[in-house]
Design a protein around this ligand. Structure first.
Ligand SMILES: [Fe+2]
Ligand SMILES: [Fe+2]
Length: 316
């Protein structure tokens, strides 16, 4: 018999989750290691730029990093740069008081390191054009950010559970694709932070599955169905994300296998009980989204393989 619990209001969800936030905040603070962005940057490799100080202009020959990895670094950095918008969003939704407020500010402070560290690294090593980067940052941040579900607690928790893991995978694979061990070391450090963030949010939603299973299922189904990376507002994002996917840095297969499925498995999503009619419907829709994602991933892999074969034939 389907369950007929009355759905909890956004306010009630926040109150129910508060003790879970407190426990997971303690857990997070016990696990998060202090680290210093400046230690990851090879400052003595740097040279003064042109302009105010009359140094040398950036030239593409300065960068030793493959083009797709450069694109991924720019997308990842611009995504980190939009932190003020993300902060506004979660501070508005989760509030600034109690354990929620402590988390909101702590998370923001940790995320603030990421943009600083990556920008310093890219500037000192001349890995990307600093003028183009700054202009792209202005355009991107001026547009702001909001996700499709920014006034719904469980949808937002579901979104950030997937998004933090997506960001982790993207940083890690970008690091590998640079072929630069120091850059890889920095991005692995950033990726470790993203993983802890993912665990925090994933644990909150796991608790919601206990006291509001249908609402949690609805949130997960909706979010998996219309997931977009947080940097999707970046100028030229569609073209850039194809380039990143073709290079195997972040593609649909990784999205499905390394992001969506592991999180669903942690929630034991297919065995959740106590669902009402909409919760059951949401789970069916979720199953459809996951199999559509699988099909799309396979189609993309086939296209990529055909493209690689064409390129190989041309250069043979
Ligand atoms: Fe980050
Ligand atoms: Fe994060």
């Amino acid at each position: 018999m389907p369950s007929t619990r009355t759905p909890l209001s956004q306010e009630a969800l926040l109150i129910e989750l508060e003790p879970v936030v407190a426990t997971n905040l303690d857990r997070h603070l016990g696990l998060a290691k202090e680290w210093f962005p400046h230690e990851y940057v090879p400052w003595s490799d740097g040279r003064t730029f042109d302009g105010v100080l009359g140094g040398e202009a950036w030239s593409p020959a300065d960068s030793t990093i493959p083009e797709a990895a450069r694109t991924a670094l720019i997308v990842n950095l611009l995504t980190e740069d939009n932190l003020p918008s993300y902060h506004r969003q979660i501070a508005t939704l989760f509030g600034q008081d109690g354990a929620w407020g402590t988390w909101v500010h702590r998370w923001t402070a940790e995320e603030g390191r990421h943009g600083t560290a990556i920008r310093d690294y890219l500037t000192v090593t001349r890995a990307v054009d600093p003028v183009a980067l700054e202009r792209a940052r202005m355009v991107h941040m001026s547009a702001g950010y909001s996700n499709q579900h920014d006034d719904e607690v469980l949808h937002s928790l579901a979104y950030v559970s997937f998004q933090e893991l997506a960001t982790r995978i993207s940083h890690r694979n970008t690091g590998r694709a640079t072929g630069d061990p120091l850059c890889e070391q920095l991005l692995a450090r950033v990726a470790a932070d993203e993983n802890l963030h993912m665990v925090f949010y994933r644990n909150l939603l796991a608790a919601a599955f206990e006291f509001a299973p249908s609402q949690a299922m609805r949130a997960v189904a909706d979010v998996v169905g219309d997931f977009q990376m947080p940097g999707n507002g970046i100028d030229g994002f569609a073209r850039k994300s194809v380039q990143i996917a073709l290079a195997g840095i972040y593609d649909l297969r990784q999205h499905r296998d390394d992001v969506v499925n592991p999180v669903l498995r942690q929630w034991d999503i297919w065995n959740v009980t106590g669902l009402d009619a909409d919760g059951e419907l949401a789970r069916e829709q979720l199953a459809e989204h996951v199999s559509e994602l699988d099909l799309a991933a396979t189609r993309f892999e086939e296209k990529r393989a055909a493209r690689e074969a064409r390129i190989a034939a041309r250069s043979a």
